[in-house]
Ligand binder design. Structure first.
Ligand SMILES: *[C@@H]1O[C@H](CO)[C@@H](O)[C@H](O)[C@H]1NC(C)=O
Ligand SMILES: *[C@@H]1O[C@H](CO)[C@@H](O)[C@H](O)[C@H]1NC(C)=O
Ligand SMILES: *[C@@H]1O[C@H](CO)[C@@H](O)[C@H](O)[C@H]1NC(C)=O
Ligand SMILES: *[C@@H]1O[C@H](CO)[C@@H](O)[C@H](O)[C@H]1NC(C)=O
Length: 578
C-alpha cells in the first residue's frame, strides 16, 4: 500500500503526512525495498520487448500478465519508465499514465510519452521477470504511415476478413469497449464487430481500414485505434508455357558494348512466379566475364500482363562472343522454356566494294584480252567451229589476187612485185596451205584472158585486192588498156568482174591490202565500187620493213588469215584441169 503514496519523480521524494511510527515503518520499508531491489535486480529475467506505435490523443491499455492477470500487490508488480532516471508509475488515477496492478494505462497520449517502460514482476515463488514495453507516439499527421499499420491483407480470398488488430481486441475486451470501423478515415456505419467482412471484394474495397475501440475508464471515454491496409489483387492467370520474345540473331560490332534483351510473358498478375534470365554456353552469366545482367519483372498497367525482362550487357564484344551460345531462359509457374540467340558480326561493305572492283577489272581485262586476241582466238578455234564446214564448196581457189601495176614508180613496183611473187605465196601457200590464183603468175599463156578471169574468179572464194599508192591514172583508164603477156596484171577487167561478184552477187568476200601510203589523194582514184568497199572495211596495211612482218604468225598475216576461208580449198579434181 505504501507505494501508492509515493512516486519517485525527478529524484524528489514526496512524503505524505504521517506520524512517527508510520515514518519509522516507512523508512524500514524503503530500506527493505531498496535491499529487495538490490537483491532482486540481478536475478530478473528479461521477457521479450513488446513494441507499439500509437497515435497522439488516443489511449492504450496494456497488461503483460493477461489473461491470468490477478489483483497483485504493489510489491509484487511495479512499472517504471526507463529514462535517465527511473520514473516509477503510480496507481494514481488522476495521472494520464498510471497502473492498475500489472496493467498500464496510457490516457490521451502525448508524444513525450514515447519511451521504454519496464514492468517488474516478483512471483509468489520468488522469481523475478521484467516486461519491457516500447511505446512510440506519433503525431496525428502520421496516421497513414506504414509504421502505424498492423500489416497488409493481400490474400487471394474472394471474401476478405479485416480483423481488428489483436492489441486492440485485448483492450476492448478488457475494458468492455465497443468497436467502430473506418475506411480511409471515413466511418463505416453499422460496423461494430471485431472482424469486418468485405464480400466479393473488388478493387473498390482497397484501402486503409481502422477499427476504433471506445472504452470508459473512471466515467471518461477513451479511444484506441488500429489500422490495416486491404489490398485486392486481380485474379492470377498463369500461362502453361511462358512465351519468350527474342530475336534469334543480333548484330554487334566487335569491341563495342551490346545489350541482349530477353523478354518472357508468363500470364497476368503473376510477377512472383515469372523470371527471365541469361545463360552463356550453358552457364549462368558471370559478372567477372564482363557480362552484367539486369532482371525486371512487372505486371504491366493496366493490362496486368506479367513480363519479365533480362538485359544482358556485354561491355566489350569479343571475337569469342560470336561463337558463344546465349540462352534466354523463361522460368514460369509450371514450365521453364529457353531460346538461343547468336551474335553476328556486322558486315562491312569493304569486301563487297573490293569484290565489285575485282569483278569490274576482271571484266575490263577480259574485254581487253578479247579485243587484242580476238583474231588469234578466232584462228585458234576456227577449225572446230561448225561454221567452218560450211566452206566445203567446190571452189578450187581460196583467193583471187589482183593488183595494179601502173604506178610508174619503180620502188612501189619492186615492193609490189616482191610482195605478190614472194611474200604472199610463201606465207599463204607454203605455210598455210591456201591456194591462190595470182595474176601474172598463174595465167597460162595463150589462154583467152576474159574467159580465164571469169572462170578463175568463179572458182575463188575471196577476192584479194592489193592497193598501191595511187598513180595519176585512174582505174577507169586502165580498164581500156589492152593487156600484154609482159604486163599481165591489169586491174581493168579483173576489177570489174571481181567487184561485180563481190558487191552484187555477194559470192565473194573482198580482202583489201594496202602497200605503202595511200598518197595525198587517198582512194579517190579508185573506182566507186571499190571505194565503197574500202569505206565499209578498212584495208589491211602491209607493214613493210617492220620486224616480223614477213613471219606467217605476225599480226598482219593473222588478220589476213582471219579474213581468208577457214579451211584451205582441197585440191579438187576440177582444179587438176588447170
Ligand atoms: C484488489 O485487492 C484490493 C484489496 O487488496 C481490493 O480492494 C480490490 O477491490 C481488488 N481489486 C480487484 C479488481 O479484485
Ligand atoms: C534502459 O535505460 C538504460 C539507460 O538509459 C539503457 O542502457 C537500457 O538499455 C534501457 N533498457 C531498455 C530495455 O531499453
Ligand atoms: C472516439 O471514437 C468515437 C467513435 O469512433 C468518435 O465518435 C469520437 O469522436 C472519438 N473521440 C476522440 C476524442 O477521438
Ligand atoms: C526488350 O524487349 C521487349 C519485347 O520486345 C521490349 O518491350 C522492351 O522494351 C525491350 N527492352 C529494351 C531495354 O530494349
Amino acid at each position: 500500500m505504501i507505494w501508492d503514496f509515493i512516486s519517485l519523480k525527478k529524484g524528489e521524494l514526496q512524503l505524505p503526512q504521517m506520524d512517527s511510527s508510520q515514518l519509522l515503518f516507512f523508512i524500514l520499508m524503503v530500506i527493505s525495498a531498496s535491499e529487495y531491489s538490490a537483491r532482486a535486480e540481478p536475478a530478473c529475467k528479461d521477457r521479450s520487448l513488446k513494441s507499439f506505435n500509437l497515435l497522439e490523443g488516443e489511449s492504450f491499455h496494456y497488461d503483460p500478465l493477461r489473461p491470468q492477470g490477478r489483483n497483485l500487490s504493489d510489491e509484487a508488480f511495479m512499472w517504471y519508465k526507463n529514462s535517465s532516471q527511473m520514473e516509477y508509475i503510480s496507481s494514481d488515477e488522476k495521472k494520464r499514465i498510471h497502473r492498475h496492478s500489472a496493467a498500464l494505462f496510457f490516457l490521451n497520449l502525448s508524444t513525450e510519452d514515447s519511451g521504454v517502460y519496464i514492468g517488474r514482476y516478483k512471483t509468489p515463488t520468488g522469481d523475478c521477470h521484467k516486461y519491457p514495453l516500447k511505446v512510440d507516439v506519433f503525431n496525428a499527421s502520421y496516421r497513414m504511415n506504414e509504421k502505424l499499420l498492423y500489416g497488409e491483407i493481400d490474400n487471394s480470398d474472394q471474401n476478405k476478413m479485416v480483423r481488428c488488430p489483436d492489441p486492440l481486441r485485448k483492450v476492448c475486451k478488457t475494458m468492455n469497449g465497443t468497436f467502430t470501423w473506418y475506411k480511409d478515415f471515413s466511418i463505416l456505419e453499422g460496423e461494430h464487430e471485431a472482424d469486418l467482412w468485405r464480400f466479393n471484394a473488388s478493387k473498390d474495397h482497397e484501402g486503409i481500414y481502422t477499427c476504433i475501440c471506445t472504452w470508459k475508464h473512471n466515467h471518461m471515454v477513451y479511444n484506441s485505434s488500429g489500422s490495416r491496409k486491404l489490398i485486392v489483387m486481380e485474379p492470377l492467370v498463369y500461362n502453361q508455357t511462358p512465351l519468350i520474345v527474342l530475336n534469334k540473331e543480333q548484330i554487334a560490332d566487335e569491341g563495342s558494348e551490346t545489350k541482349l534483351n530477353c523478354s518472357v510473358i508468363c500470364g497476368f498478375n503473376v510477377r512472383k512466379n515469372c523470371k527471365a534470365s541469361w545463360n552463356v554456353n550453358g552457364i549462368p552469366f558471370n559478372k567477372a566475364d564482363g557480362y552484367n545482367q539486369a532482371i525486371n519483372t512487372v505486371d504491366e498497367e493496366p493490362s496486368k500482363k506479367t513480363i519479365s525482362t533480362a538485359i544482358l550487357t556485354i561491355e566489350r564484344v569479343s571475337a569469342k562472343d560470336f561463337q558463344d551460345e546465349f540462352k534466354c531462359i523463361g522460368d514460369g509457374y509450371y514450365e521453364e522454356v529457353s531460346a538461343i540467340l547468336t551474335l553476328k558480326q556486322r558486315e562491312t561493305i569493304i569486301p563487297l566494294v573490293i569484290g565489285g572492283m575485282c569483278a569490274f577489272f576482271l571484266c575490263v581485262f577480259v574485254a581487253i584480252m578479247v579485243k587484242c586476241f580476238a583474231i588469234d582466238l578466232a584462228l585458234l578455234f576456227r577449225p572446230y567451229l561448225p561454221l567452218s564446214r560450211h566452206n566445203k564448196d567446190a571452189k578450187s581457189f581460196d583467193a583471187y589476187v589482183v593488183y595494179q601495176m601502173q604506178s610508174g614508180d619503180n620502188v612501189t613496183e619492186d615492193t609490189l612485185c616482191k610482195f605478190v611473187t614472194k611474200i604472199l605465196p610463201s606465207v599463204l601457200e607454203e605455210k598455210c596451205g591456201y591456194r591462190l590464183f595470182i595474176h601474172g603468175r598463174d595465167d597460162i599463156p595463150g589462154e583467152d584472158h576474159l574467159e580465164l578471169v571469169e572462170d578463175r574468179m568463179k572458182q575463188s572464194r575471196r577476192l584479194m585486192v592489193i592497193l598501191t599508192p595511187g598513180s595519176g591514172s585512174g582505174m577507169g583508164v586502165t580498164d581500156k588498156r589492152p593487156t600484154s603477156p609482159q604486163n599481165p596484171v591489169v586491174g581493168g577487167f579483173d576489177w570489174q568482174l571481181g567487184l561485180h561478184h563481190a558487191l552484187f552477187q555477194r559470192e565473194m568476200n573482198v580482202i583489201l591490202i594496202q602497200l605503202g601510203d595511200t598518197g595525198p589523194q587517198g582512194y579517190t582514184h579508185l573506182p566507186p565500187g571499190l571505194q565503197h568497199l574500202i569505206r565499209s572495211s578498212a584495208p589491211l596495211r602491209w607493214p613493210e620493213g617492220s620486224r616480223g612482218a614477213a613471219a606467217w604468225n605476225s599480226r598482219f598475216w593473222k588478220r589476213v588469215r582471219y579474213l581468208m576461208p577457214a579451211k584451205p580449198a582441197s585440191k579438187s579434181p576440177k582444179s587438176a584441169i588447170i
